[in-house]
Design a protein around this ligand. Sequence first.
Ligand code: NOJ
Length: 505
Amino acid sequence: MKLIILIGLVAAICNATPRHSKFPDDFLFGTTTAAYQIEGGWNADDKSESIWDRLTHTRPDLIKDGNNADVTANTYTYYKRDVEMMRELGLDAYRFSLSWSRILPNGFTNHISEAGVAFYNNYIDEMIKYNITPMVTLYHWDLPQKLQDFGGFLNPDFPLWFERYAKVVYEKFGDRVKHWMTFNEPKEICFQGYGDVSKAPILNITDLGTYVCAKNLVLGHAKAYHAYNNLFKPSQGGVCGIVISVNWMGPLTDSEEDHFAAEIARQAAWGLYAEPIFSEQGGFPKELSEIVAKKSAEQGYPTSRLPELSDEQKDLIRGSADFFGVNHYTSFFISATENKQVHPVPSLYDDVDAGGYVPPEWPQAESDWLRLAPDSIYNALTHLHKKYNGPTFYITENGWSQALEEGLEDDSRIKYHRAALNSVLDTLDAGVDLRGYMAWTLMDNFEWMVGFTERFGLYEVDFTSEQKTRTPRKSAFIYKQIIKTRVIDPDYEPDTRTMWIDEGH
Ligand code: NOJ
């Protein structure tokens, strides 16, 4: 009798929390790319120079293979082939970015490029024609060089420049684009570009660069959000959010010190940008702000290196997103004492003052920072869900790199995406409002400082060929099957001889 009651109880609990084994029908599956990485046509028509054109042309020695993205996959010419690949995969959505310097060659709105607008109109129309939802990032790292000459993100007028650019693109494309993202990966913009040398414009202003950039970035985001909300949303009816890179960072041990170190590392990596937008109280993260203020005083700065946000600014920024786009790739453990590296003093990571650890048994991709970590998406998203009171999420990037030589049989990528998608199902089970998953990336492209040496594509690109020939890797067939069936079948072995387009696409 007791046994029967127990079995009944277990069955009731299981029924109450059924495990998602299928992705919901309205869950958006997509892929992501970025303008500079795929378009080419770097000076086509009246497009002006961006900070990545400047960096790759003047300092090729800093790019691992000495290359640039002047031509890359040449989407500027072959965009129809890209859309054909989206149809082959059966994508619901496609996330891509607009090049500011292609649309506004002068950086400012006095001149809008007809050719630039026509290119994006054609690209978007081609997606719409086949029922693929365009999801558009306004800024994926390629600032017009002219605006950089004025200080870029450090100029107090930056938020205004960005708002004006945003209004132009809402006006031009908002009749068809219903998902907008302001910035891609603020930390990579501000820390890597202004506080370090690992992204353009490699300014290396280690003490203040990251923090001043962060302030202007969140202000620019908020202004662009409100411009959409007030002026365009009523007639266009879309949504606007931001994309932040959130790799999971947990404590190495259960000690209080490691827990605190992990929290500070998270605040430095994404809290600086997420907290002002998504937290109830608004403003920059509390503990990191206190640390920077204290250290700045000790270092002789008259005020904190992390600038204040006024109450008015906090109000403007708080709540300024309809969704939280998460670029997620991997996990790290954080320690208060172990594995500490030497950082410039003062700098963001000197302020954080913690070490990172990655278990050697986690499989390693071609990129030195990328490993397959267990439960990675689940850990990151359930944390954000609790912290920020259950916002709507999209996984806006997730992907795996290989060397070109690894060829088309990309079993390590397949393993990675299957693990990630299982973690997505667990995340849905936990009640997180996660609406979509975008794989990085549709096809091989220019991977910033490492050029073409790390390949993330579901399609391989032959950069030596005239047409930049795109060939599906095995992972493309697997992803197609998952999208079509909404199920991850661990045993599915595709016939990879030819790719095809299913009816309806
Ligand atoms: C995130 C960035 O948004 C994207 O541009 C980059 O190529 C991928 N990570 C892979 O590193």
